[in-house]
Design a protein around this ligand. Structure first.
Ligand SMILES: NC(=O)c1ccc[n+]([C@@H]2O[C@H](COP(=O)([O-])OP(=O)(O)OC[C@H]3O[C@@H](n4cnc5c(N)ncnc54)[C@H](O)[C@@H]3O)[C@@H](O)[C@H]2O)c1
Length: 255
């Protein structure tokens, strides 16, 4: 297999499980070094131990809501694996707030995780990318950026914002040969989706599968394949775009 990410150092936020963990595995398989920042220390350390690549992996516990945590993590990552060549803003969470009772603190906290953090992380890796005249940023958005679902307030606002941030940043850094893309997964088998099915009646899972043109939802590895492409030189003229990986769900009309 061609090693598309040989010589790279990719940062994956929230890389301890789910889609982030699949991107970490794929980047390693493609020859890259990988650094992970995640709030879940125990899960993160157990995951990186399972990868069996201690020289090519760096992990630090950190909360992407906070610039100081990101800067500390970035210093440690660069000290171990050199300048960052690729960033995947993956960490995120669901929001199921009520638009009337949601507090400003809850709003700000949610938007910090699902939107602001992508800028904070980009801010620390961009100087080295600008100096190298090379780099790729992938923002993990969602199909909710285009069409959403009742009960998810204000998840769609954060994910649409992330796609807007992608466009805006792509235009700012394009002249430095840095590419910025969004990747919008549809339903993917991870903790977030398991949590959703657990909250709903058992027939909900079948209902969801039935509306999918392919009759199934994604595995995290299928999302990671697209991320690896966007991070690699094969995507050298791809920037400012939003890549939907939703098994055709977004192409479907109701009925
Ligand atoms: N699973 C899906 O169906 C789906 C669909 C579309 C988009 N997404 C997006 O994909 C991304 C990954 O989702 P997932 O399903 O793998 O979720 P997940 O909950 O399995 O994993 C998210 C990871 O992010 C970490 N994280 C959360 N908040 C953090 C914080 N403040 N600081 C540092 N780390 C933090 C978690 O500890 C966890 O390891 C999210 O941005 C999510 O919105 C998921």
């Amino acid at each position: 297999m061609t090693k598309r990410l040989e010589g790279h150092h990719i940062v994956v936020t929230g890389g301890s499980r789910g889609i982030g963990a699949a991107i970490v595995e794929k980047a390693l398989a493609e020859g890259s070094g990988v650094s992970i920042i995640d709030v879940e220390e125990e899960a993160g350390r157990a995951f990186i131990a399972s990868l069996n690549a201690p020289d090519r992996v760096y992990f630090a516990r950190g909360d992407i809501r906070f610039a100081d945590d990101i800067e500390d993590f970035h210093r440690g990552a660069v000290a171990k694996l050199g300048p960052v060549t690729g960033l995947v803003n993956n960490a995120g969470r669901n929001s199921n707030a009520d638009p009337v009772t949601m507090t400003e603190v809850q709003w700000d906290e949610f938007m910090s995780v699902d939107l602001k953090s992508a800028w904070l992380c980009a801010r620390v890796v961009l100087p080295a990318m600008i100096a190298a005249r090379k780099g790729a940023i992938v923002n993990i958005a969602s199909v909710h950026a285009d069409h959403t679902f009742p009960g998810y307030f204000p998840y769609a606002a954060a994910k649409s914002g992330l796609v807007g941030l992608t466009r805006s940043l792509a235009l700012e850094v394009g002249r430095h040969q840095i590419r910025v893309n969004a990747l919008s997964p549809g339903w993917t088998e991870t903790f977030l989706v398991a949590e959703y099915f657990a909250r709903n009646p058992p027939e909900m899972r079948q209902k969801v599968l039935d509306v999918h043109p392919m009759g199934r939802i994604a595995s995290p590895a299928e999302i990671a394949n697209c991320a690896a492409f966007l991070l690699s030189d094969e995507a050298s003229f791809v920037t400012g775009a939003n890549w939907r990986v939703d098994g055709g769900l977004g192409a479907r009309f109701a009925g």
